[in-house]
Ligand binder design. Structure first.
Ligand code: TTP
Ligand code: MG
Ligand code: MG
Length: 432
């Protein structure tokens, strides 16, 4: 289209009338197609996002009930049975007695002596988690798997075609039908509000918070309902008289910043229902990896194994620092003739050194078949989800959890190399 006021190349009238044009602020005339695109861009920019958050109800417990129907409706605890074990998960019936995840099993059984205890099966839980992921991946345009039983879906724009509530309700039904597991969802304009809505909808429910109603929905809730408010922060806020999200939203942002630094600003935003964080597509989520080229190609098995231990411990520590679990391990070997081979293994979600080491060594034994000098080895953890290390320590005790905490504290303070498995302590000549 030729803008008005510009000299025209010839004086012939057009053979066909062009599309009608409209002058905006500039005095320049734009055709309708141009305006349509312009309008769409503005609409997209202003459009509110629609985020659905899904979380399986009592995940580990529900999987146990799938296998054994007689457990339904009973106070059930998942965890080790030893004196020093901790509760990994508990049914809603057990929660009524004040039991929660991470509580010592002994305390839980004191609160509810007739509770049934089952040892966990991380392999089965990971399998079911992947089954649910597959249903969501098949249906959702954009999804993030944020933990073993939790998903965010960006379904912005869905309203125009299907109605987002209807679509999400259908998806929920499909997940429950195909996996046999109960799941709840929250639907809102951002991740934070949708997550809190899921929590409010549980068990076995769904809740939509319309755009503009975020603040009023959050206002009456206790501060601990905001995901970043743990027990410690909650107590700190309560000591200062802040008990509800409403009060928190009214605390001057500068004061919150003075109390908690940068976290104070993030908290203020959340209390006001603001969360711009995007849904990160699962396939774009970063993996954690490391590799090492040996100064001289080697076939020394002790050295290769020690290096595998060192690398695995290094990135497992990184994983725990990021509060993540991995569901897939990949090993890479480059031989002295530069042939590079890789092998990967899907594993039950974990971030524990001793489990990961076993998998990495297993992969190495399967992959290293040429009996040739090795130039490089690499280890990668992918399929990462949020989660902490007690998640698969069913048989382990509070001591094991305390040991991991102590190891990570030392590594944090002095560097990850400071503390390594005994097998990795090489004689000085090997270290060179
Ligand atoms: P959650 O989704 O936090 O809990 P949940 O699914 O058991 O119950 P809800 O209905 O409230 O969502 O965690 C998912 C699983 O992760 C849970 O079943 C057990 C495991 N888990 C642990 O092992 N340790 C923990 O501290 C927590 C919080 C969870
Ligand atoms: Mg859950
Ligand atoms: Mg969860």
């Amino acid at each position: 289209m030729i803008p008005a006021g510009r000299p025209v190349a010839n004086n012939y009238p057009p053979l066909l009338p062009g599309p009608p044009s409209v002058s905006l602020f500039t005095g320049v005339n734009y055709s309708w197609p141009v305006l349509f695109i312009f309008n769409s861009v503005i609409m997209i920019a202003l459009q509110q996002r629609t985020i659905a958050h899904f979380d399986l109800d009592c995940f580990f417990v529900s999987v146990e009930c799938l296998n054994d129907d007689s457990l339904r409706g009973k106070p059930l605890l998942i965890g080790g049975s030893s004196d020093r074990a901790v509760v990994s998960a508990c049914s809603y019936e057990a929660r009524k007695y004040g039991i929660h995840s991470a509580m010592p099993m002994k305390t839980a059984l004191r609160l509810c002596p007739h509770a049934i205890v089952r040892s966990g099966d991380m392999e089965r839980y990971s399998e079911k988690s992947r089954e649910v992921t597959a249903v969501i991946a098949d249906q959702a345009p954009l999804y993030e798997k944020s933990s073993i039983d939790e998903f965010y879906l960006d379904i912005s724009g869905m309203d125009k075609f299907f109605g987002s509530l209807k679509w999400t309700t259908e998806l929920r039904k499909k997940i429950m039908k195909e996996s046999g597991l109960p799941i709840s969802f929250g639907l809102a304009s951002n991740k934070l509000v949708s997550k809190v809505a899921t929590d409010e909808a549980k068990p076995n429910g769904q809740l939509e918070i319309h755009f503009g109603e975020e603040k009023s929905f959050l206002a009456p809730l206790p501060v601990e309902k905001i995901p970043m408010v743990g027990r410690e922060t909650g107590a700190q806020l309560r000591r200062r008289g802040v008990e509800t999200v409403k009060t928190l939203s009214e605390v001057p942002i500068s004061l919150l910043e003075a109390w908690m630094g940068k976290n104070g600003i993030a908290l203020w935003k959340k209390a006001n229902g603001i969360d711009e964080s995007p849904v990160v597509p699962y396939y774009e989520q970063k993996s954690i990896s490391t590799e090492n080229t040996f100064p001289a190609d080697t076939i020394d098995m002790a050295l290769l194994h020690a290096e595998l231990v060192r690398m695995t411990e290094k990135i497992a520590f990184e994983l725990r620092q990021q509060n993540k679990l991995t569901g897939c391990v990949t090993l890479k070997i480059r031989y002295s003739d530069f042939q590079t081979v890789t092998k990967q293994m899907t594993i039950p979600y974990t971030c524990s050194d001793h489990i990961l080491l076993e998998k990495v060594k297993d992969l190495f034994n399967k992959l290293y078949d040429r009996r040739l000098l090795v130039r490089l080895i690499g280890v990668r953890f992918s399929h990462l989800v949020q989660g902490n290390y007690q998640i698969n320590l069913f048989d382990d005790s509070q001591e094991m959890i305390a040991l991991y905490q102590a190891i990570d504290q030392i590594k944090n303070r002095f560097g990850w190399q400071y503390l390594m498995k005994g097998t990795n302590v090489l004689p000085p000549e090997k270290k060179k």
